[in-house]
Design a protein around this ligand. Sequence first.
Ligand SMILES: Nc1nc2c(ncn2[C@@H]2O[C@H](COP(=O)(O)OP(=O)(O)OP(=O)(O)O)[C@@H](O)[C@H]2O)c(=O)[nH]1
Ligand SMILES: [Mg+2]
Length: 283
Amino acid sequence: MPISWYPGHMHKARRELGTLLRGARLVIEVLDARIPAASSNRLLASMRGETPTIRILNKTDLANSRLTAAWQTHFSRLRNSACLANGKEAPVDRGRLLKQIRRLGGIPSERSPSRGSIAIIGIPNVGKSSLLNYFIGRKLARTGNTPSITRTQQSARFAADWTLVDTPGMLRPKLEDQQAALLMASVGSIGAAAADRAEVAQFLAGCLLSGHRNALIERYRLNETDKTPEALFDRIAVARGALRKAGAADIAKAAEILLQDFRSARLGRISLESPPDPDLRQT
Ligand SMILES: Nc1nc2c(ncn2[C@@H]2O[C@H](COP(=O)(O)OP(=O)(O)OP(=O)(O)O)[C@@H](O)[C@H]2O)c(=O)[nH]1
Ligand SMILES: [Mg+2]
């Protein structure tokens, strides 16, 4: 079954976002550092048009730091843009953010203070509300580790001249790119009911088997001969005691363990995408 998730509140959120973006002076697009391309929403790209954009690669504490640096260079090369990184181990510096806001957004005019609005946008569960709270230094917006916690926009003053606006996580009405949808589901940005967890785990297992075997060997004692997701799930079931009464592997439980271990970086800091620039792929 293809993944498709466009819950009712996103219709309304899209209309409200359109209005906000018409007046916004700047956009902060929050991306998941593990999947910077898949978490770049093309709907949001077309809605924000030429508005200067600061991308924040978020959750860098869960991502590969070499690839995060490469993605930062990639996004910084885009016109009218800046790219910063944020994670639990190294929060983005508020002063650096403000410097980029002033560089790209100029000074809001006295006559139209609303042009000092900065829209914080992104797909669900990437950490938009957490960043708003961090920037303003208090817990205004509700946060949580399930997608679509935020249902309405919420504004707060930031550094005298600016208004930060947190927005609900948005997806495209139709997820044509199913590879991107599976990547978003792998990091937990798609509602649980919209993506079959076994299928998502199967996809993730394929990614990890092809690019991150060492992590699997270390955590689940994967063998050289284990090449398929099924073999990996068997290995996980044995290593983690996910067994049925007769001693057979509990595949559903093993799949769940893989998803949880990946999402919490218990397999190490793994990024699932590399930047397209040939010079950056090698660094
Ligand atoms: N490991 C890690 N977790 C983070 C980071 N930033 C946010 N989170 C967690 O990610 C989850 C989602 O954060 P939110 O701020 O609610 O995300 P959101 O983008 O506002 O989500 P929606 O409102 O649902 O679209 C929460 O459990 C946060 O604690 C980070 O830098 N590192
Ligand atoms: Mg939120």
